[in-house]
Design a protein around this ligand. Structure first.
Ligand SMILES: Cc1ncc(COP(=O)(O)O)c(C=O)c1O
Length: 421
């Protein structure tokens, strides 16, 4: 039997809005809660909410607003283009962008009052942009204390500080910050965090001796914010934690007082009874071991679900089933067992790949295990094809009436949905 029957006996389609077919539901109350939790941990240091990569897939503008409302005082992104998008949305908070190329638009950053991370090579270009805009640039010097990615080398540090100070004296820029990034803070037992911290203290001292008057020194990411108060300095840069996810293996979000903000859900789009030894999906890597019912889950790797994550959990009608067979571009399959006509009840039911886990349901951490990756990647890679649906938006100041009404419509329940989270 196939549900709905091929005769087309389905009386009415449950809805026509794509966000009810499949969505990443973003709980902005969870974001606000997490920011408050991290701000408590960081205090008296301030919080920079890291909203790069579309807020790790959660939606940069709504997340940035929620984070600021809950007490974050800075925003951080990788690319200047991401910063400009936040400014274009009317967000005026202090904002830092730290990863550039020779094609980065430093002039636009200066014009928009975006602080610029500077590892060294950018300095001349930033100065040229400041001249062009007739406005001093605000820069944060980035030092590589051991991660081996961007940031000035220790050998080049004195010279970089000296050159930056000369430009500052000329009124072309202001060195407002010094920062670095930790490499193993998610593994608190490792010694390298202490080593990076010691180097960071030294380079800050060198700069201060050279007369740099800093607004902010910043080093800590989420794991360091939660486990290493000695790394907090004036500002912590937190990403993963504001999305409610744990950076520590073996420690859950709940144990850290965090609430996962993203739920990835869709509707079961077909259920059918199949015989013993039915092969499933490309490559026929899975065969049923008896007559069974297969439920089709209309999400796939084009939606950002990792193709390698066969076995990843899907929650339907209060039970969790592993994905069987290969995950395809648009769809995947769960084998719900030999349930016969009960398959009709599953057709159209909500299918949750991951959420806050409160009801014992699957989490992004489970999918990270299935895919052999981390929870950062699971949420961040959910593709733009999946509509984001924002819930628990608070009536924030500064949004236009038109924006508010869109948000309210977005948060409204839909008559056709069986059980939206
Ligand atoms: C420079 C920098 N700071 C802070 C963060 C935030 O890290 P986390 O998400 O672990 O809090 C990132 C993220 O990768 C980063 O690149």
């Amino acid at each position: 039997m196939t549900y709905p029957a091929a005769t087309g006996d389905l009386s009415a389609a449950p809805g026509t809005d794509p966000q009810y077919e499949r969505s990443a539901v973003i709980d902005l109350a969870a974001i606000r809660h997490n920011v408050r939790r991290l701000a408590d941990a960081a205090s008296p240091a301030k919080v920079m909410a890291v909203v790069k990569a579309d807020a790790y897939g959660h939606g940069a503008v709504p997340v940035a607003r929620a984070a600021l409302e809950a007490g974050a005082s800075w925003l951080g992104v990788a690319h200047i283009s991401e910063a400009l998008a936040l400014r274009a949305a009317g967000i005026e908070a202090p904002l830092l962008a730290w990863l550039h190329t020779t094609e980065s638009n430093f002039a636009a950053a200066v014009a928009a009052g975006v602080d610029i991370g500077c590892s060294g090579w950018e300095l001349e270009r930033i100065v040229a942009a400041a001249r062009d805009q007739e406005r001093p640039a605000r820069i944060h010097l980035k030092v590589d204390t051991g991660l081996g990615r961007n940031g000035a080398t220790l050998e080049s540090w004195d010279q970089l500080v000296g050159e930056a100070m000369e430009y500052q004296d000329e009124g072309l820029l202001r060195v407002v910050g010094i920062f670095s990034h930790l490499s193993v803070a998610d593994e608190p037992e490792r010694p390298e965090t202490d080593e990076q911290l010691a180097v960071f203290r030294e380079v800050v001292a060198v700069a201060e001796d050279a007369g740099v008057d800093l607004e902010v020194r910043h080093l800590a990411n989420t794991p360091a914010t939660l486990s290493r108060p000695d790394t907090h300095f004036d500002l912590v840069r937190v990403g993963l934690g504001i999305y409610g996810l744990s950076p520590f293996e073996g420690q859950t979000s709940a144990e850290l007082g965090l609430r996962p903000a993203m739920t990835l859900r869709t509707l079961v789009s077909q259920c059918k009874d199949v015989p013993d030894r039915q092969g499933v999906s490309y490559g026929l890597r899975y065969h049923t071991s008896g007559p069974s019912t297969l439920a089709l889950i209309p999400l796939g790797y084009a939606d950002g679900v990792p193709r390698v994550a066969t076995g990843g959990p899907v929650r339907v009608a209060g039970r969790t089933y592993p994905v069987v067979g290969r995950i395809a571009m648009d769809q995947m399959v769960i084998d719900v067992g030999n349930i016969g006509p009960a398959g009709a009840d599953l057709f159209g039911a909500e299918a949750v790949l991951f959420g806050n886990g409160n009801d014992g349901g699957p989490t992004a951490d489970d999918w990270a295990v299935a895919a052999g990756t981390n929870n950062y990647e699971i949420v961040t890679r959910i593709s733009p094809r999946v509509p984001r649906r924002f819930i628990n938006e608070s009536p924030a100041v500064g949004r236009s009436a038109a924006e508010r009404s869109t948000a309210e419509q977005t948060a409204a329940p839909h008559p056709g949905a069986k059980a939206m989270p």
